[in-house]
Design a protein around this ligand. Structure first.
Ligand SMILES: *Cc1c(COP(=O)(O)O)cnc(C)c1O
Length: 373
């Protein structure tokens, strides 16, 4: 039985073994672990990568989304429009601001936020829209920006799955007033632990994030505001700087693998890949197909050694944590229907053609088995 993992983080670490050890030795030799030169170097490099003015390294993607919202002026009592089909952290970060998520449904083709539904979710308390570039594909930022401008709302990008993605030639991270990235190990650019960043071209927003991430301090022991302990450690910044040099090559490998999946799946009836807009650069954090009888198909794949994922099994309005918001089944029919059909196939830069052929062969067999049963 061939085993195909969902992601293979060890493949990447093997390739970078010496570089990562040098970072470790260098940080250890100086015994300076926070707010050091590695952080500044990584921030400058990642801001340039996003073609944005500033980048502030922070403790996680979840904290990055919250800080990006706070720097855009979101606070207690506000509402923020959030797609209902995303990772819990997108909405959690809104709640951490003391604000309330207002959910909207997604487009059936790409699973990204449906801009035509924004107007219906906006109230006098709405402060911002938080588009998520889901699976590595940019949301329709022009359409979203148009509605935001009409209502005087901030657009904050949740770019936690979209390092290196671009919309009409402009990189994610440069498309809203602020943008949040995650460096969780499994993301397209991952630390060796938790990490995140807020990217912006607004100097005041960048300063707010820098204050908030470090106890409200700019000058030592002067606390201008009540802040947080949300720093990105020097060790992680050093690892990320070393890995950033490889990111474009890794993203290209993901795109090549996605094209191979598209080709292989064209011959499989019953498995439909999500669509990709022709005016974006998708970076395939995840490669998602829709299948009938998903749970049975997934179980059969698992039994044959093919690991898959579901991103995400339940739209956020149906999560127990958000029961109090008053939504119910049927409120977001597109996301609810997709949640029952989506399946994330193994996707990582080092995946081989042989592994992909095995995945698609087993997928076809699992779907055919479902019809026979
Ligand atoms: C991963 C992720 C986050 C949170 O990032 P962490 O680093 O895990 O805190 C937020 N939003 C989305 C869309 C994500 O995929």
């Amino acid at each position: 039985m061939t085993h195909v993992p969902f992601v293979d983080l060890r493949a990447q670490t093997r390739e970078l073994h010496d570089e990562l050890h040098e970072v470790f030795e260098s940080v250890l030799s100086r015994a300076a672990y926070t707010m050091g030169p590695e952080l500044g170097e990584f921030e400058a490099a990642f801001a340039a990568f996003c073609r944005a003015g500033y980048c502030a390294g922070v403790s996680s993607g979840t904290d990055a989304v919250r800080l990006a919202l706070q720097a855009a002026g979101v606070g207690p009592g506000d509402e923020v429009v959030v797609p209902v089909n995303t990772f819990m952290a997108s909405a959690e970060a809104v709640s951490h601001c003391g604000a309330t998520p207002a959910f909207v449904d997604c487009l059936p083709g790409t699973a990204n936020l449906d801009p035509s539904l924004l107007e219906g979710a906006i109230t006098p308390r709405t402060k911002a829209i938080l588009p998520v570039h889901l699976y590595g594909q940019p949301a329709d930022m022009d359409a979203i920006g148009e509605v935001a401008a009409r209502h005087g709302l901030a657009v904050v990008e949740d770019a936690c799955q979209a390092h290196g993605a671009a919309y009409k030639g402009r990189p994610c991270g440069s498309l809203g007033v602020t943008a949040a990235f995650s460096f969780y190990p499994g993301k397209n650019l991952g630390a060796l632990g938790d990490g995140g960043a807020v990217v912006t071209s607004d100097a005041a927003a960048d300063r707010t994030v820098r204050l908030l991430r470090n106890h409200g301090e700019e000058t030592k022991s002067v606390h201008e505001v009540v802040g947080y302990c949300n720093r990105l450690h020097n060790l992680q910044a050093g690892f990320l700087l070393a890995k950033l040099a490889h990111l474009t090559q890794w993203n290209n490998a993901r795109c090549a693998a996605a094209l191979r999946y598209d080709d292989l799946l064209a011959a499989v009836s019953g498995a439909t890949p999500l669509g990709c807009r022709d005016d974006v650069q998708h970076v395939y954090h995840l490669y998602v197909v829709q299948v009938e009888g998903r749970d049975t198909v997934r179980e059969r794949l698992g039994a044959e050694g093919v690991q898959t994922g579901i991103h995400y099994p339940a739209p956020l309005h149906l999560q127990p944590a958000y029961k109090g918001l008053g939504y119910g089944p049927g409120d977001f029919p597109v996301a609810e229907a997709m949640a029952a059909r989506i399946l994330s196939l193994p996707m990582f830069p080092e995946i081989t053609l042989q592994q992909q052929e095995c995945v698609v062969e087993q997928l076809a067999a699992a779907i055919a088995g479902g019809a026979a049963a």
